[in-house]
Write a protein that binds this ligand. Structure first.
Ligand SMILES: NC(=O)c1ccc[n+]([C@@H]2O[C@H](COP(=O)([O-])OP(=O)(O)OC[C@H]3O[C@@H](n4cnc5c(N)ncnc54)[C@H](O)[C@@H]3O)[C@@H](O)[C@H]2O)c1
Length: 436
């Protein structure tokens, strides 16, 4: 395939070398004539393992060309890959001017071209950028997306230092877009890459890249804060993290990575407090670990704020313990929401089969009677009593019993779901998820 590649920076040069090696004809474009000249001479404008050799071989084989002319490159190709920089403004916001400039240049070139062309955004861009690129192309070409061109988001996941191996052995190739024809063209570009192709909505693909990078940053900061505390205690942090990483069930896994309600229970809040207190004692700052407590409190506040916005006075809570399948109410964040709403004069009823059993036989009987007797009085024996009473149903933990409740809402009843009870939540104004 013939591809134009805009931006001969890091991502551009690695992509140019790898696509050319895979047999594609690459037309590199950059506004910097020095970079164009370097590439034309068969050298790499960036220093990165294997890229020099890849570029030299590609230029030698006649599969890598370089130009400062956007229109020359677009006219010679079927696909344009946008790899220009997306730097920060001084206030941290994203500077997308280079992306939009390239979109205008591609659009202007496509105005005089009938053949179908795919514009692929490989740079890291905020959700909504591809839609703006499509709008620019539509203005420039006088055609709608799908008629003559398509836009695809294909974020790059390479790391400097191991860029070529990251490029050829990615965990997956992510393609975001709504037009199958355009997605099919880009999928062909990666025919020789041995990794699954994941197709997603455009904005999902744009967001995945940010979720990835902030998660990586969070992992590094987490390991460093744990390491700093370990050092102060004379403990080998590398041994700790080595063992930590052996747990692929809960630690290095998909566990705990579903957006939802606040954490709680008898362990996480207590242990987080104990470790951050000990760090303070040792004079070791752990701002990230400390921020978890504050962030968790805000997640509880979000639920309270949503219930206040709805203004319905009669609330029904399905699930009171901090997660399904347990009767443990210690530090359940739902209990905190319930207490706040009672304090504000709301009329609350609660149903939780596990907690009801506990009232009779469970180990938490004493806790319920001594610590939260005011809540015990609000507990109903059946889910139906709660559904009958409430204007707003809050799904507090996961139970198959509650899924049925969502299907039985009265026309005037609303539901606030804190656990994403259904894989495909109902698209209804009366249903709200906490972070979806
Ligand atoms: N560097 C990385 O490791 C990496 C990894 C993954 C994703 N990304 C993302 O990829 C994008 C590119 O990053 P980079 O590090 O390669 O950037 P870079 O700054 O190294 O290169 C950007 C290139 O774009 C060129 N350019 C600017 N305007 C242009 C125009 N109108 N036409 C043609 N060329 C133009 C610049 O001259 C420069 O050579 C960014 O969004 C970045 O966040 C970077």
């Amino acid at each position: 395939m013939k591809v134009a590649l805009f931006g001969l920076g890091y991502v551009g040069c690695v992509s140019a070398g790898c696509f050319a090696r895979a047999g594609h004809d690459v037309y590199g474009v950059d506004v910097n004539p020095v970079k164009v000249e370097i590439l034309r001479s068969g050298k790499s404008p960036i220093v990165e393992k294997d890229v020099g050799e890849l570029i030299a071989a590609a230029v030698e084989a006649g599969r890598l060309h370089a130009t400062t002319s956007a229109s020359e490159a677009v006219h010679a190709t079927q696909v344009s890959l946008i790899c220009v920089g997306t730097p920060s403004h001084p206030n941290g916001s994203l500077d997308l001017r280079y992306i939009y400039r390239v979109a205008e240049e591609i659009g202007a070139a496509l105005r005089h071209r009938d053949a179908y062309h795919v514009v692929v955004i490989r740079s890291t861009v905020m959700p909504g950028t591809a839609a703006e690129v499509a709008r620019i192309l539509e203005t420039q070409t006088g055609r709608k997306q799908g008629e003559g061109f398509g836009v695809v988001v294909n974020p790059e996941f390479l790391r400097e230092g191991s860029a070529v191996s990251d490029f050829v052995e990615p965990p997956f190739t992510l393609l975001g877009g709504e037009h199958e024809r355009a997605l099919d063209v880009v999928a062909q570009l990666y025919a020789d890459v041995d990794a699954p192709i994941v197709r997603a909505e455009t904005r999902v693909a744009e967001m995945v890249k940010y979720a990835n990078n902030v998660y990586h940053a969070a992992k590094i900061t987490f390991a460093n804060e744990v390491g700093n505390v370990c050092k102060a205690l004379g403990i080998d942090s590398h041994k700790v993290m080595e063992i930590f990483c052996m747990d692929e069930k809960l630690n290095v896994s998909a566990a705990y990575l579903k957006p939802g309600f606040a954490f709680g229970g008898s362990c996480l809040p207590k242990d987080l407090r104990a470790l951050t207190f000990r760090a303070k004692d040792l004079d070791i700052p752990v701002p990230m670990l400390e921020s978890l407590i504050a962030s968790n409190a805000l997640q509880i506040r979000r639920v309270v704020d949503q219930l206040l916005r709805w203004k319905a006075r009669k609330l029904g809570f399905l699930g009171l313990s901090f997660k399904g399948g347990t009767d443990d109410l210690r530090e359940s964040p739902i209990v905190e929401v319930v207490e706040t709403m009672i304090g504000k004069g709301y009329d609350v009823r609660i149903y939780d089969a596990n907690v009801s059993l506990a009232r009779l036989f469970g180990a938490n009987k004493e806790y319920i009677e001594k610590e939260i007797p005011h809540i015990e009085r609000l507990m109903c024996k059946t889910m139906d009593e709660v559904l009958e009473h409430a204007d707003v149903i809050v799904i507090g933990n996961r139970s198959s019993e509650f899924a049925a409740a969502l299907g039985r809402l009265r026309p005037e009843q609303r539901a606030l779901d804190l656990v994403r009870l259904l894989d495909e939540p109902p698209e209804s104004e009366r249903y709200e998820g906490i972070c979806w």
